[in-house]
Ligand binder design. Structure first.
Ligand SMILES: CCc1cccc(CC)c1NC(=O)n1cc2c(c1)/C(=N\C(=O)c1ccc(N3CCN(C)CC3)cc1)N=N2
Length: 302
């Protein structure tokens, strides 16, 4: 049955994390649900729920994400889950949510994830309506840092949006949900679902795409942090948004300061080759002008 096929493929990925120092968190070889005390539910998504959990032996706090195999098989996303596990298990960066390991039982797959103490960035953005320039530039700097690490490993995230970003206990960005990530270059094979808001022209046109897709999404993210809504808002259905993205029909409100406007427009370029590089983003005047203030604040708080 597809279930046993799925199980056998999962076992193939079950590589113990060799050589990583034990200080880097739990280094279990084999995991099972009995190892954890399950705490309160933290959130739920389309395919899974996530719970606060404590590993009994060490007291290590994690977020345990459960996915129902039946749902995965039905919606044909077991490939994406396998890729999510493969890619995220091997990433080590302070702004990327760790995947410590995974295991499964008859009905479910469990992902043992790093616990991000301040929850979903999406909730913070909705509550604040929009972020101050200082907060927005700190988050964009950390996103550029995380993406630069990913792109050096030729990994494209492809699904950068507030819903996939968590905040650690010190308010630092934790990029998560690698379900759509792939190794560059790539052609999408799975039908797009959910909002088009963040997708670059080459993806909505189904063309071949490279890491540059994440640069476009970083531009959309910067816009949404400062304005409170994405630039090509999915108001009247996909077709209108599709046209606005393809035409880069971008209107930046006048309250957005000139240097932020400059950063956004250099990222939202139709031609992927013309988009500003991550190194340039991290050196951009709008990012640099606040850098010493957030580094000073974080040293005060820590
Ligand atoms: C299954 C849920 C899901 C579906 C799809 C995509 C994603 C990634 C964002 C996820 N979440 C996921 O994988 N997650 C992995 C995680 C994770 C979610 C998480 N923390 C929280 O969700 C969370 C929520 C609220 C919270 N509080 C809210 C109230 N505040 C006053 C105090 C702090 C504190 C932490 N830590 N690792």
């Amino acid at each position: 049955t597809s279930n046993s096929k799925f199980n056998s493929s999962l076992r193939k990925i079950e590589e113990p994390i060799a050589g990583v120092p034990s200080s880097a968190g739990p280094q279990w070889r084999e995991f099972h649900i009995g190892m954890f005390e399950i705490g309160k539910p933290l959130g739920k998504g389309k395919f899974g729920r996530v719970y606060l959990a404590k590993e009994k032996k060490t007291g290590f706090i994690v977020a345990l994400k459960t996915l129902h195999k039946s749902e995965l098989v039905q919606s044909k996303i077991e490939k994406q889950v396998r890729r999510e596990i493969e890619i995220q298990s091997n990433l080590r960066h302070k702004n990327i949510l760790r995947l410590y390991g995974h295991f499964h039982d008859e009905k479910r797959i469990y992902l043992i994830l790093e616990f991000a103490g301040r929850g979903e960035l999406y909730q913070h953005l909705r509550r604040a309506k929009r972020f101050s320039e200082e907060v927005a530039s700190k988050y964009i700097f950390q996103m550029a840092n995380a993406l630069s690490y990913l792109h050096k490993k030729h990994v494209i995230h492809r699904d950068i949006k507030p819903e996939n970003i968590l905040l650690g206990i010190d308010g630092e960005i934790k990029l998560s949900d690698f379900g759509w990530s792939v190794h560059a270059p790539s052609n999408r094979r799975t039908t797009l679902c959910g909002t088009l808001d963040y997708l670059p022209p080459e993806m909505v046109e189904g063309k071949e795409h490279t890491e540059k897709v994440d640069l476009w999404s970083l531009g959309v993210l910067t816009y949404e942090f400062l304005v409170g809504a994405p630039p090509f808002e999915d108001m009247s259905g996909h077709s209108a948004t599709y046209k606005r993205i393809a035409k880069v029909d971008l209107k930046i409100p006048s309250f957005v300061p000139p240097d932020a406007r400059d950063l956004i427009s250099r990222l939202l370029q139709h031609n992927p080759e013309k988009r500003m590089s991550l190194e340039q983003v991290m050196r951009h005047p709008w990012i640099v002008k606040y850098k010493d203030s957030w580094t000073r604040k974080s040293s005060e708080s820590s």
